[in-house]
Design a protein around this ligand. Sequence first.
Ligand SMILES: CC(C)(COP(=O)(O)OP(=O)(O)OC[C@H]1O[C@@H](n2cnc3c(N)ncnc32)[C@H](O)[C@@H]1OP(=O)(O)O)[C@@H](O)C(=O)NCCC(=O)NCCS
Length: 159
Amino acid sequence: MSIEVKETTLLDELEINHCLAISKRLFGDGYHTKKFFLQDNIIKLIALKNNKIVGFFTTKRIKKKIIIDCIAIKHKWQKKKIGSLLTNYFFKNIVKNDEKVIAYAWKVDNKIPAHKINIKFGLKKIKSLGKYWKRKCNKSFKCLQYHNSCKCECVLYSN
Ligand SMILES: CC(C)(COP(=O)(O)OP(=O)(O)OC[C@H]1O[C@@H](n2cnc3c(N)ncnc32)[C@H](O)[C@@H]1OP(=O)(O)O)[C@@H](O)C(=O)NCCC(=O)NCCS
């Protein structure tokens, strides 16, 4: 399985639409917007299979920290090491020496899908941030996990 990783701050229209479609299936409609993907302070890594996007990884620097914003792999391509490939690219090519890395991991149904990836790359669980997305959940986006109330929690990881 040959997957190519491409790093960019500028995605074209088609690439943005592919990322939005992946996000909509995983998180819900409107969680990511076109405006988000157009921000040039956000570094985007995309994973391509035969020139089609199968996953993306977004990150940005805030002051002296680098934040992992989101890792999203198209459903049928999950658990095939593409998330690890993108994270490996991030740590090898983007993170600078001794830079503080922060990841906000999603906890859903009592599971943290990104936990193993975070640990594998040297991030440690710091603390739970509780219902971090509650204000936005099912308001500014249509959350797939929302059932009468916000269900997801956020867990902070760092190196
Ligand atoms: C979580 C996610 C980014 C991982 O990417 P991936 O390509 O599927 O992961 P990999 O194949 O590289 O697997 C890395 C490890 O994570 C584990 N893992 C992957 N998905 C998992 C999940 N949903 N729950 C628990 N562990 C998971 C794998 O079993 C693997 O463990 P191992 O190293 O012990 O074999 C991807 O499954 C995804 O996009 N999920 C939906 C969106 C999401 O939850 N994103 C994270 C938001 S913070």
